[in-house]
Design a protein around this ligand. Structure first.
Ligand code: AHR
Length: 335
């Protein structure tokens, strides 16, 4: 009978294998579809490096799909990096894109501050940057070409104005709890601001507790449980996105209350699950925030790559939904 020989690779072979692994490129950070050595796209295609926030919500998943589909439809080579909700991962990804000499960089900044250094590096490397979905608070506007996304202050204001109208006959205090998005992010800061400004019209409307649920269902559920324990009378929940509102539904039901009736629920986004909750009477109102930014982003990438002028700010068109409107819109909702 033949004996099998165990093969032990020599040092030389190990070194060659390690070099080959490095050459194929491992992700700089987070989950990445990019390779470190991948430079410009083949066949003269525009190469777009895109750093995504993460996969924290239904909105984000729809946004990622929109960007990937639009890139492939536009013939743009996309280098996609998922930063898993960490700014340091986004900074690493942007540096990686600079090293790879991509043609254009786009990103959705997880938080507003702390971007100047890396944006300056991109500018020095002559790579145009597009902000999508979320803004940065950099004073130097020359660090990026344009910002494509929603007006988050307006979304908060629309949510607040609807509540003011609903509660105009209230003779006593209306207790509101607020589930904020990711601390330091543009949508959390701006939606909070817009909502507070709008409800100031009626002094009966009071925010009695406000905390971050990080835009996730788990976060929404956990923080709502705390709110319910600490506050015997909650009349309204304003959640900065559908996912946190959906998580909160579980906490509200477990506390023996009826969502949409005992507690009025207002959210932002209008993704399918949120619209279903609204149509089912569990939510009461949603201010829309569209994630379908892909096609516009690809157009902008082509323009900035060609050196064409683009507007400094491009605002997404959005609407609001009541329960009746959600029932009508739901069958055609794409995300
Ligand atoms: O930046 C957009 C926000 O981020 C969405 O409203 C929220 O669902 C997402 O996580």
């Amino acid at each position: 009978m033949k004996r099998m020989r165990t093969y032990l690779p020599s040092r030389k072979v190990i070194a060659v294998l390690a070099a080959a692994l490095l050459a194929t490129g491992t992700a700089a950070c987070g989950n990445s579809d990019t390779g470190d050595n991948a430079g410009k796209g083949d066949d003269g295609k525009i190469t777009l490096g895109f750093s995504q926030v993460g996969a924290e919500s239904g909105w984000r998943t729809a946004n990622t799909t929109s960007i990937k589909e639009a890139a492939s439809a536009a013939g743009i080579e996309l280098k996609f990096d998922d930063a898993q909700q960490k700014q340091e991962n986004q900074i690493k990804a942007i540096r990686n894109f600079i090293q790879q000499k991509v043609d254009v960089i786009a990103f959705s900044p997880v938080v507003e501050s702390g971007w100047d250094t890396v944006l300056k590096e991109a500018k020095d490397a002559k790579i145009p940057v597009i902000l999508t979905d979320r803004a940065v608070d950099s004073a130097d506007k020359s660090l990026y070409k344009t910002f494509l996304g929603s007006d988050f202050v307006k979304e908060g204001r629309l949510a607040g104005e609807w509540l003011v109208e609903q509660k105009k006959a209230a003779s006593g205090p209306v207790n509101i709890v607020e589930l904020q998005g990711t601390t330091g992010s543009a949508p959390a800061n701006d939606r909070k601001k817009g909502f507070a400004e709008a409800i100031a019209a009626n002094p009966n409307l009071k925010i009695i507790a406000s905390q971050s649920g990080d835009f996730t269902r788990a976060g929404g559920k956990q923080v709502m449980e705390q709110f319910l324990k600490a506050n015997p009378k909650i009349d309204v929940l304003f959640a900065h996105n559908d996912d946190m509102g959906l998580g909160a539904l579980e906490a509200i039901t477990a506390a023996g209350k009826v969502p949409g009736k005992d507690i009025t629920i207002i959210t932002v986004d209008a993704v399918k699950d949120g619209m279903q909750a609204l149509a089912d009477g569990k939510f009461n109102f949603i201010a829309e925030c569209s994630p379908l930014l892909g096609p516009q982003l690809m157009e902008l990438a082509k323009k900035v790559h060609n050196g064409e002028e683009v507007p400094a700010r491009i605002e997404t068109e959005e609407t609001t939904f009541t329960q009746e409107q959600a029932k009508e819109a739901l069958p055609n909702r794409k995300y």
